[in-house]
Design a protein. Structure first.
Length: 192
């Protein structure tokens, strides 16, 4: 009997001792939340430039290009409209044919104090070789004029930052390829 009461006392003591203990369970620490990168600070966009960037990643496996660099598809659809997307923010131009990205290039748009205008445009005039009437007879090879004031796409110096008087300067070989793909009336959107 003494043994039964000793066991009962030990069980009771153990139970009472456990009453004062507060048991807490700690969950594994939550993984830190990684914020999605903030979208670039566009002044004006219809979503074409951000989509073109995604298309370049999917098509050419490149997220950006060095100054003067371009990519061009091995095969270009024979039919379909040609459309250009220019991104002033990232200094890139994307060319689509039949809604398929077929090329992209680094560009140089207007420097501080000058303007490469945002909006929807069309190629108004094309000349294989042209000289600027405004800026010291400067050469503008593979010129494609977008407005009545002289803003145009053309081959030229491409330092990797905005440096032009308003035109969109292209790597020379890319300018030549693009000239062969567009026509008067080809659509152009400039975002940034």
């Amino acid at each position: 009997m003494k043994m039964k009461s000793s066991i009962a006392a030990a069980v009771a003591a153990a139970l009472l001792a456990g009453c004062g203990v507060v048991r807490t369970t700690t969950a594994a620490p939550a993984a830190p939340k990684v914020a999605a990168p903030a979208p670039p600070p566009y002044r004006w966009t219809q979503g074409n430039a951000p989509q073109a960037h995604k298309d370049m990643l999917a098509t050419f496996w490149k997220g950006g290009l060095r100054p003067g660099e371009y990519v061009w598809a091995k095969e270009i659809p024979a039919k379909g409209e040609t459309r250009l997307v220019i991104d002033r923010l990232t200094q890139m131009l994307y060319v689509y044919r039949a809604d398929r990205l077929v090329g992209a290039a680094s560009v140089s748009t207007a420097k501080r104090g000058m303007v490469t205008p945002l909006g929807f445009w069309s190629v108004l005039e094309k000349k294989r070789f042209h000289r600027s009437r405004k800026y010291d007879n400067a050469p503008m090879p593979f010129m494609q004029r977008l407005d009545e004031y002289g803003i145009a796409l053309h081959g030229g110096n491409n330092p990797g930052y905005p440096a032009s008087h308003g035109c969109i300067r292209l790597p020379m070989k890319f300018a030549e390829k693009l000239y062969g793909l567009t026509k008067v009336g080809s659509k152009v959107v400039i975002e940034g």
